[in-house]
Ligand binder design. Structure first.
Ligand code: GLP
Length: 270
């Protein structure tokens, strides 16, 4: 697992955007052979999305032959609700780039048969040839997508009940009123994310320091579901200095040293 510790959130976001754009450009995707991205919501990827939009506007990357699968969606809030993940993705990324609507996949938390929706989502991912690169963020308790502590590390897309911690953390988006936060969500599983060819997780800020310490310095554990990344062949964590405050000085120095070159250069676009 690679750990890239960037000086700050801005540098981290710009680096991740260049990394994604480079991957897309290198793959030279076509309509018949698109590049498949897994995408998160939350505040962590906002800087990356901004930087990707900038790269698109500068003509350095196109999303025409990109297929996307989002990680999760709340159950029971309408797609045009300002806190739905459908709305978030349009607002932060999709409406600013040249992606085709038909290539966007987001779980629908309003269908009558939610289990079928989850099952079909896995089938759609398979049909698309699997996910080339899954981007993600984490909750303060180390959850990935909505795979709360204790989730099976082999889990697939399914309905999950949110923990009190997550409801409370996300209430900042719902007028700080925990009663307004949906109590269930549809989410890809830890296994779904880990089946991707590559996984890149964005971790920033003091609030994530404990989770980052667990995933980097402790073992694989279902209580910190992102720790499964240790078993992935191509797992990368891009974090900022702030989020490393719970790690040993030696660990931070080690990763800064071995990634020195990658950190001092933005991934080159072709
Ligand atoms: C929610 C999402 C996660 C996200 C997490 C952290 O729980 N389901 O995918 O990683 O929030 O969000 P933020 O990046 O805002 O801290």
């Amino acid at each position: 697992m690679r750990i890239l510790i960037h000086d700050n959130y801005e540098k981290l976001s710009n680096w991740v955007a260049h990394y994604v754009a480079r991957k897309i450009n290198t793959a030279k995707p076509t309509a018949e052979n698109p590049y498949v991205l897994g995408l998160p919501t939350g505040s962590s990827p906002i800087g990356t999305y901004k930087a990707l939009v900038k790269l698109y506007k500068e003509g350095k990357v196109s999303f025409k032959n990109i297929v996307t699968f989002n990680m999760d969606e709340y159950v029971g809030i309408s797609e045009d609700h300002h806190e739905s993940y459908h709305y978030f993705m349009q607002d932060k990324l999709f409406r600013h780039i040249d992606i085709l609507n038909a290539n966007i996949n987001i779980l629908d938390g309003n269908v009558p048969d939610l289990e079928k929706e989850c099952h079909d989502y896995e089938e759609r991912i398979k049909k698309a040839g699997g996910i080339d690169l899954f981007l993600g963020g984490i909750g303060p308790d180390g959850h990935i997508a909505f795979n709360e502590p204790g989730s099976s590390l082999n889990s697939k897309t399914r309905i999950k009940t949110l923990t009190y911690d997550t409801i409370q953390a996300n209430s900042r988006f719902f007028d700080n009123d925990i009663n307004k936060v949906p109590k269930t969500a549809l989410t890809v599983g830890v296994g779904t994310v880990m089946s991707s060819k590559e996984v890149l997780i964005i971790i920033n800020g003091y609030k994530k320091a404990r989770a980052l310490q667990k995933v980097v310095e402790d073992g694989v554990n279902h209580m910190w579901t992102v720790s499964m990344l240790q078993l992935h062949e191509h797992g990368i964590i891009c974090c900022d200095d702030e989020s490393t405050m719970e790690m040993k000085v030696g660990t931070v120095k080690y990763f800064k040293d071995i990634e020195h070159k990658a950190l001092s250069n933005l991934p080159k676009l072709q």
